[in-house]
Ligand binder design. Structure first.
Ligand code: UGA
Length: 442
């Protein structure tokens, strides 16, 4: 089938590449000509494992093409996926400027039946607006359908998530659209859930809000654990063994980040409020997430006493491993907070350093994980890349000025750190201190 993708960001580009992998003909369009030139020359605008190889393979076999023209996208694809950004505005609402702009352009160029499929995460009732906009701006009575087809991919495992999704949700309002969408996803081998458009839109927000709620729940428990001397890893493991709870997404840490959870949770609270319901449950999720980072900083400050002039080694800059995305990354936020308080931060991340330097010009970048530790007063683990977990703690100790670790992801070997004489702070677990200084401060 011929498919057009408007917006070659993380979701759009991965979706396009994966449709090509399944044998469809794909045209990926983005208004950013630099990005399109990069893609045409075989370079990826984002880091996503496996993307470059698959993208270039299908560019070479002719299944995947790139353009900057939305008009071309409308001419090319029977299904046009709208994958443009829906950033948060000042009040946390999803800013629909790009969606509206693209919808108008699609309407103006349409000459025969098209499906306009919302792939971007949008608030419930967006489909109605899209339909109305097309009816207003189309040149003639050309038929069309609006479909909601949310994306559930995770950055870092985006190809796998898209090629083998756990479900495909399609919100439709006609059997014609349903048939075409089913055909498009025929080879994905995933359960298909067909709903009305509004429910499909809400499924996406509900999914992300629920996952964010699981994380904030674990983080709230981590606070009780710290106050009572329990261990959050054990508490969540024990609770998660109940299949009704499930054992995933219950890792306490420095809070969720990224381009999706913070934005989508804000947008759900905002749309809910505009519909007349105060979604206080999810507002609490947001508060807990914010407090988690403040609490982590307070812990560092309590231990280091004066932050001004202290040298802090930081491992990880992206919001999670296997991505170079720094949006809402706890690492970037904490580095900024520490530097504002006069500390010097030297960081290492396997793929995110150029991006981080643009955001934080004062940050010092290390050659490698161990180099970051040289002469530092403590080490922070902010992103749980495997290479950090594998780094020998004895080597770390020999480089640090003070053997002290703040593990924001509960990922390093706490036992070993204790044996080696580190002061070790995780999240929601008892700190480890060498006997000589244990009890001298709290
Ligand atoms: C998230 C969802 O997982 C995807 O299903 C969804 O499609 C996507 O948003 C989206 O809306 O586009 P993503 O933001 O790529 O995907 O990353 P996640 O792996 O979900 O992690 C989000 C954040 O939660 C990260 O900062 C991660 O460190 C944090 N997290 C995750 C925890 O703090 N604890 C956990 O137990 C799990």
């Amino acid at each position: 089938m011929k498919v057009s993708i408007i917006g070659a960001g993380h979701v759009g580009l991965v979706t396009g590449v994966c449709f090509a992998e399944k044998g469809h003909q794909v045209l990926c369009v983005d208004s950013d000509s630099e990005k399109i030139e990069m893609l045409k020359s075989g370079k990826m605008p984002i880091y996503e494992p496996g993307l470059e190889e698959m993208c270039n393979r299908h560019a070479a076999d002719g299944k995947l093409k790139f353009s900057t023209s939305n008009k071309e996208a409308v001419e090319f694809g029977k299904v046009i996926f709208v994958c443009v950004g829906t950033p948060s505005d000042a009040n946390g609402r999803a800013d629909m400027t790009y969606i509206e702009q693209v919808t108008k352009e699609i309407a103006e160029s349409m000459t025969e039946y098209r499906i306009i499929a919302e792939k971007s995460t949008v608030p419930v009732l967006t489909g109605e607006r899209v339909k109305l906009t097309i009816e207003r701006y189309r040149k003639s009575d050309v038929p069309f359908d609006v479909v909601s087809n949310p994306e559930f991919l995770r950055e870092g495992s985006a190809l796998e998530d898209t090629l083998r999704p756990d479900r495909v949700v399609m919100g439709v309002s006609s059997s014609r659209a349903e048939e075409i969408m089913r055909e498009l996803y025929e080879d994905f081998g995933a359960p298909v859930l067909v709903t009305d458009i509004r429910s499909s839109e809400l499924i996406k927000h509900a999914s992300n809000a629920f996952l964010a709620m699981k994380i904030s729940f674990a983080n709230a428990m981590s606070r009780i654990c710290e106050l009572s001397g329990a261990d959050v890893k054990e508490v969540m493991q024990g609770a998660g063994l109940d299949p009704r709870i499930g054992n995933t997404f219950l890792n306490a840490g420095v809070g969720y980040g990224g381009s999706c959870f913070p934005k989508d949770v804000d947008a759900l609270v905002a749309i809910s409020s505009s519909l007349g319901y105060d979604l206080s449950l999810i507002r609490a999720v947001q508060d807990i997430n914010r407090e988690q980072l403040d609490h982590f900083l307070a812990k560092i400050e309590r231990e280091l006493w004066v932050l001004k002039g202290k040298k802090i080694a930081m491992w990880g800059l992206s919001f999670k491993p296997h991505t170079d995305d720094t949006r809402e990354a706890p690492a970037i936020k904490i580095a900024r907070m520490l530097m504002e308080r006069g500390a010097k931060v030297k960081a290492f991340d396997p793929v995110t350093m150029p991006k981080a330097k643009k955001l934080l010009p004062d940050i010092e970048l290390a050659e490698n994980a161990l180099d970051a530790c040289v002469d530092a007063d403590c080490l922070l683990l902010m992103t749980e890349w495997q290479e950090f977990i594998d780094t020998d703690l004895e080597e770390v100790k020999s480089r640090l000025k003070v053997p002290m670790i703040f593990d924001g992801r509960n990922s390093l070997d706490r036992e070993k750190a204790g044996e080696l004489g580190f002061v070790y702070h995780g999240v929601g677990r008892k700190p480890v201190r060498p006997a000589a200084i244990a009890g001298s401060y709290s």
